[in-house]
Design a protein. Structure first.
Ligand SMILES: Cc1cc2nc3c(=O)[nH]c(=O)nc-3n(C[C@H](O)[C@H](O)[C@H](O)COP(=O)(O)O)c2cc1C
Length: 409
């Protein structure tokens, strides 16, 4: 089905009868929304793993703020054009993609389901949408470069000890493996406090208590998969750790020292060292957007890290218009809270060129295993096309012209 999405860039929404369910697969009817996949994942994997990915930091206020902000955005539909042929095609940094939707970088996504990154990279390649590998991913750069040669983006955190040689080497590896875009994450200068992870004893080294052991035993499908493929580890650091470092030692190093706290000077250095498009991820203030562009970024990702770094942050979508106003010709992307095609259309109508999203893809694979990433793409792209057809926009340029009511304006 995801292969269809590649051509879906230019075809009309799938014809449906009045009930909207004719011709749907069992999977489409069982899991019609990202929320259905979230609920299925919650039942299918241990609580410590679900809480780690689904939750934010602090009291989850920013997570809730992201959702509430999207829900409050209205688009005034225009009619009279009949049933439109809709194109979701977008060009990002000189390359054409099937939809204005990329996969956000996720560290240790393998905790939800082993080989998470491979499953998602394959789905992204088949659908022709960007896949971003995170620095602390549980799959190596080289593996993803081979699986997703046309859609591979790489995300960079500052290396342990701010060792620029490690950053440079990772960038070289990503460049060799064909990464089109370097995403430099800036919104994690210090570690975030995540109380639910502490309560669940999710720390390095992992020391499960009796409750956690019982929790794991109650999820045999997950346990079997982990037994078959091994616990996730930060593959990209193996090359820089002391020879023979244990997975725990590696994870400890990453947890203690990996940061997304680059200075603007460091970003200028990265700019000089990276020959392709560079994007700064984690911008919420227009002044930081200006500094990122002045440091040589080709684009920015407006993001509050999905509410995982600062519980006092505004909803990313609420900051988009002010950032777009200072961005000039630079490419503005957004993530944090996207859960539907309607959210994608809302974001594009407020000025972003494309969106990214993280958790929906984790929930897809958590719920369905390998095919889960493609199913999420199908859901989000089909919903995007339906929303576009409804507001009278046949392409993304017309979505950008839509009348939006945001913050009661
Ligand atoms: C489990 C998890 C791990 C993440 N790891 C990273 C990471 O390694 N690097 C990064 O830049 N962002 C990371 N993020 C943030 C995502 O890239 C993205 O900004 C966020 O998930 C967007 O919000 P959404 O999940 O509501 O779509 C992570 C998010 C989650 C949920």
């Amino acid at each position: 089905m995801a292969a269809e999405a590649q051509t879906a860039g230019s075809v009309a929404p799938r014809p449906r009868g009045a009930s909207g369910t004719e011709g749907l697969s069992q999977r489409e009817m069982d899991f019609p929304t990202v929320e259905d996949l979230r609920l299925r994942t919650r039942r299918r994997i241990p609580k410590f793993a679900f809480d780690f990915v689904a939750g934010g930091c602090g009291e989850n206020l920013t997570v809730a703020r992201n959702r509430a902000a999207f829900d409050a955005i209205e688009i005034v539909p225009r009619y009279g054009k009949g049933s439109l042929a809709v194109s979701t095609k977008v060009e990002l940094f000189g390359q054409s993609y099937a939809a204005p939707l990329g996969m956000s970088p996720i560290g240790l996504g393998g905790i939800v389901w082993p080989r998470m990154e491979q499953h998602l990279a394959r789905a992204a390649q088949a659908a022709n949408v960007p896949y971003t590998l995170s620095t602390p991913a549980s799959t190596a750069i080289e593996t993803i470069g081979a699986l997703a040669p046309d859609v591979f983006w790489f995300q960079l955190y500052a290396a342990p000890g701010d060792d620029f040689r490690i950053s440079r080497d990772m960038m070289r590896r990503a460049e060799r493996c064909g990464a089109k875009v370097l995403l430099v994450t800036i919104d994690t200068p210090v570690r975030a406090k995540r109380p639910q992870d502490m309560r669940n004893r999710l720390a390095v080294p992992f020391r499960p208590n009796l409750r956690t052991i019982f929790d794991i035993a109650c999820h045999p499908a997950w346990l079997l998969e982990v037994a078959r493929h091994g616990a996730p580890k930060c593959e990209n650091f193996a090359a820089y750790a002391e020879a023979g470092a244990s997975p725990d030692a590696l994870a400890g190093l990453v947890q203690r020292e990996l940061r997304g706290g680059f200075t603007w000077d460091a970003i200028r250095r990265l700019r000089d060292a990276w020959p392709r498009a560079m994007v700064v991820k984690g911008i919420l203030d227009p002044r930081d957007a200006e500094l990122a562009l002045a440091a040589g970024a080709d684009g920015i990702v407006v993001s509050n890290h999905g509410g995982r770094t600062f519980d006092g942050a505004p909803a990313a979508i609420d900051m988009l218009p002010a950032i777009k106003a200072v961005a000039g010709d630079a490419t503005v992307l957004l993530d944090s809270g996207i859960r539907s095609g309607l959210d994608i259309v809302r974001t594009l109508a407020l000025g972003a060129k494309a969106v990214m999203t993280g958790r929906p893809f984790l929930f897809g694979v958590g719920a369905l295993g390998a095919p889960g990433g493609s199913h999420v793409l199908d859901i989000l792209i089909e919903e995007t096309r339906m929303a576009m057809g409804q507001i009278g926009a046949s392409d993304l340029a017309e979505v950008a012209q839509a009348a939006v009511r945001h913050n009661n304006k």
